[in-house]
Design a protein around this ligand. Sequence first.
Ligand SMILES: *Cc1c(COP(=O)(O)O)cnc(C)c1O
Length: 418
Amino acid sequence: MSELALLGGKKAKTKPFPLWPHFDDAERKALNDVLESRVWWRTPGTKTLEFEQAFARFHGSRHGIAVTNGTAALEVTVAALGIGQDDEVIVPDFTFVATASAVLFANALPVLVDVLPDTYCIDPKLVEAAITSRTKAIIAVHMGGHPADLDGLADLAKRKGVALIEDSSHAHASEWRSRRIGTYGVAGTFSFQSSKLMTAGEGGMIISNDDSFERNARSVHDCGRMPGEWFYSHFIYGSNYRLSEWQGAVLMAQLGRLDEQTRRRHQNARVLDRELSKIPGITPQKLDERCTRNGQYAYIFHVDKKDFAGISTERFIEAMNAEGIPNQASYPPLHELHMFRNGEYRKCLSEAAGKQEHRFLKDSFPNTRRAAWETVWIPQPALLGDEQDMHEIVAAIRKIQANARALAVQGTPVHAAR
Ligand SMILES: *Cc1c(COP(=O)(O)O)cnc(C)c1O
């Protein structure tokens, strides 16, 4: 077995992975068309309007509202549902900070619950246990593209009379029981930030099949205006969350590739599932049989360090990157973020709610901690490669396993204790 690249040996992978983002003459033409039209903003434009309708239709939804980013999509959704002071919204402990910060932005309390041990998506049983008379909504995150348990969550939301919001920032084109995600709840929110499955650098979207929700959300995203009314009449609180025509035009071109790219990522990920399951100590994120298509924002797998000479996750990631396999660490648990530990989040709440104990912060969140500190993410552009690329990923992991002792001996000290 040749020496590890991290220790001066040859890289396992030399053929480069596809570059991200993809673009071609479709994006060039789209940008030029906007340029020459001199209509660069949303309101009188046609490009963003056309894109939001096409994106909604693609996901089987009647309405689409394009917004500035995925965080904004959540903020507008929470505002449009009338969620505010002294309300609670249940969110997974394992997600990007925006899922919780959008709730705090509305002066409501994000109540954190643990995820399932295999799909890393929010656990419906724990959601049910966390519901109180103040709960107004549940935000599910389709982690890495894998849908949360939409049967369990939709049923629970209905029984309890709370809204289900699907944070689908990882899951463009993912399917649950052959139906695209985003409309199992009242709203699905998406991000088009650069790392996401389609991008205009930044951008976001809300889709919904609920007409009255759509009316509110569209108004919130456009300064509280109402369709057909005078430009300077503002009926409710809103802000400017509009997406520019540049971004709408680029995203329309990106949407044209989404289906084919999703198919490729889903298939490549199944090759990895099959091959990586054969390696002792590697456990891929589970594919629930009801997930009929996974958008695969990332390929997530757990590494048991016992099978890798005890090396840390950081050391494993370093060794993989050196071998030419892009990979990165996971999100930290939300409850461990500074703003939850130092109490800063309380400043967003009402005086009464800010003084309460928030017992969920004392929970141990074992599945989130394991997902956060022991899984490795291969970002989506690598999954746009061919089958050979997948076998080379597998070979690099086998190489690291075979040489793990050398990594352990020469290992730099692990970061400060958590
Ligand atoms: C990226 C992301 C967001 C926020 O999207 P931005 O466009 O970066 O604001 C929200 N939730 C999740 C799970 C994300 O990954």
